[in-house]
Design a protein around this ligand. Structure first.
Ligand code: OAD
Length: 227
């Protein structure tokens, strides 16, 4: 039977593509306040500031490309059943060729109604969301990203994938944001479990820690696993 691999990624996997992480030196949360730009209260208080924060990131995403780590993860599909569960709102896994990607913190290139979360639209060619861009119910559009205080998306499905995993590969996440980070504990005891990161405060139980850059460590691990 084909082995199942669950890959769980965070901002560190996209860092070498040129996207900023959140909690490292120079990370986004050192420059911006989470309450101001990533909470429903912040959006209610100053929607223009919040839209601007995400518009800058949407523009940036159009300038960058998937890196060797994204490509190696996509390559795994040639030999395994693969599910990528990502905390990232970028589309670099998809552009690298991964076909089964679950975005538990949403997708920055989707627009969402602020009055009805079920109304979601691809951003298409219009990169920016402006004040006054409305959904069909007349509510202001916002990016389809999960803010602090909002529910993580596809959580039960993600938990199920972790429980079914033969191998788990965690890449580039500080594992500090819950409930997302709790998913790694759902992996079976007997599964092969590896975490790749530049730095990690606490390695989850049962995981082998490979310290290093995602673009160096992930391709060599994938070569190993494909052998
Ligand atoms: P963090 O910024 O918290 O953590 C990034 C991790 O990646 C750190 O452990 C770094 O050591 C590691 N790292 C950085 N560059 C790397 C590289 N080139 N190769 C390998 N590892 C590298 O980012 P996340 O864990 O993704 O949520 O943050 C989780 C959530 O917090 C995000 O999804 C976002 C944020 O607030 C929401 O916005 C809801």
């Amino acid at each position: 039977m084909t082995e199942k691999i669950v890959v769980f990624t965070g901002a560190g996997v996209s860092q070498e593509s040129g996207l900023r992480t959140f909690r490292d030196m120079g990370g986004l949360w050192q420059e911006y306040s989470i309450e101001e730009v990533a909470s429903p209260q912040g959006f209610a208080k100053n929607p223009a500031l919040v839209l601007d924060f995400y518009n800058v990131r949407r523009r940036k995403l159009r300038e960058v490309e998937p890196n060797a780590a994204h490509l190696a993860i996509a390559e795994l599909e040639r030999a395994f059943e693969v599910v990528v569960v990502t905390q990232n709102v970028d589309d670099l896994h998809e552009r690298a060729g991964s076909t089964n990607v679950i975005h538990i913190h949403g997708e920055i290139l989707m627009n969402r109604s602020s009055v009805d979360p079920t109304l979601r639209y691809p951003a298409g060619d219009k990169v920016e969301i402006e004040l006054g861009d409305l959904c069909e119910k007349g509510g202001q559009l916002r990016p389809d990203v999960v803010w602090f205080g909002e529910d993580v998306l596809h959580f039960e499905a993600s938990e199920r994938h972790f429980r079914e995993a033969d191998k788990v590969l965690v890449v580039g996440t500080s594992l500090t944001v819950f409930p997302a980070a709790g998913l790694v504990r759902r992996a079976p005891y007997e599964a092969e479990k590896v975490v790749v990161s530049l730095d990690l405060d606490e390695v989850p139980r049962g995981f082998r820690f490979l310290r290093g850059k995602a673009t160096e460590v992930v391709p060599s691990l994938v070569t190993d696993w494909m052998r």
